[in-house]
Design a protein. Structure first.
Length: 266
């Protein structure tokens, strides 16, 4: 009888130990998952260089070269497109927006160099067609500017087509001279998948984290740039902006102020 009670107590103790271990392991697993999700969803993550284009992908000019007219100010060579690239060369990058926004660093401009032009072309095999072309009157302030395409459907990007854009700053009256400094690059619209859409909804306002992780450069930069412009004192947003530009080799302009947005509605 005594031995039976001892065996029963031993069994109970053993079961309690096993249950405690299982519960402890379950709690630890949940904690690990929670930590992993926190790290995964944290906006304090490192950004990565977008995937480089395959061989044969078009490239453009990320930084303006010297102009032909020696009377044009040398400062215009600092005109820079905020796109992935290698030194002065710009690479093809993606968007899921039909009417995306393009970002540039513009140096301080004299009164004779405030005429600009933005051009968007679609590439169809060997054919090139203008989608949009507009003159711009620039403010002359040194800093980051953004240019958004009009929302009308005729200017909307179509999925999987390649588009070539140019941003010119003229040295003098563009009606009287062809002297200009320019940058150019390429953009391709990707289809917004359901999986990406779900990730964006989860990310709420900081969608740039999701865009960057999915190599959607133009939209990552636009979302983060808009947040930075609206919250210029936010340290986290400012740090993320600097980090994002650093990964594409634009450290020299990463801390420049956002000074102007050109919404090209007609």
């Amino acid at each position: 009888m005594i031995r039976k009670k001892i065996l029963q107590r031993t069994c109970v103790i053993t079961l309690l130990i096993i249950s405690t271990r299982i519960y402890s392991q379950s709690v630890q697993a949940q904690l690990n998952d929670s930590i992993q999700n926190t790290v995964k969803n944290s906006h304090f993550q490192s950004f990565r260089q977008p995937k480089l284009p395959r061989n044969g992908a078009p490239t453009g000019r990320r930084r303006a070269g010297a102009g032909r007219n020696p009377e044009c100010p040398n400062s215009l060579t600092r005109l820079t497109a905020l796109v992935p690239g290698d030194a002065e060369e710009s690479f093809l990058a993606s968007t899921v927006a039909e009417n995306p926004t393009f970002w540039f660093y513009v140096p301080q401009l004299s009164e004779t160099t405030r005429s600009g032009e933005f051009v968007l072309q679609v590439l169809d095999g060997q054919d090139v067609q203008n989608v949009y072309r507009t003159p711009l009157t620039l403010s002359g302030k040194s800093g980051i500017v953004s240019i958004s395409l009009p929302s009308q459907s005729q200017y909307s990007l179509k999925a999987d087509k390649k588009y070539h854009w140019y941003f010119h700053i003229y040295c003098g009256d563009p009606q009287k001279t062809s002297d200009n400094f320019y940058v150019d690059g390429f953009v391709q619209k990707q289809v917004l998948t359901q999986a990406l859409d779900n990730q964006l909804k989860t990310a709420k306002s900081r969608k740039y984290i999701v865009y960057s992780a999915n190599d959607i450069w133009y939209d990552a930069l636009t979302n983060l740039g808009q947040l930075r412009h609206a919250n210029p004192q936010d340290r986290t947003i400012n740090k993320d902006w600097v980090d994002l530009l650093n990964v594409v080799g634009l450290q020299d302009i990463a801390k420049e102020s956002i000074v102007e947005h050109y919404n090209l509605e007609k």
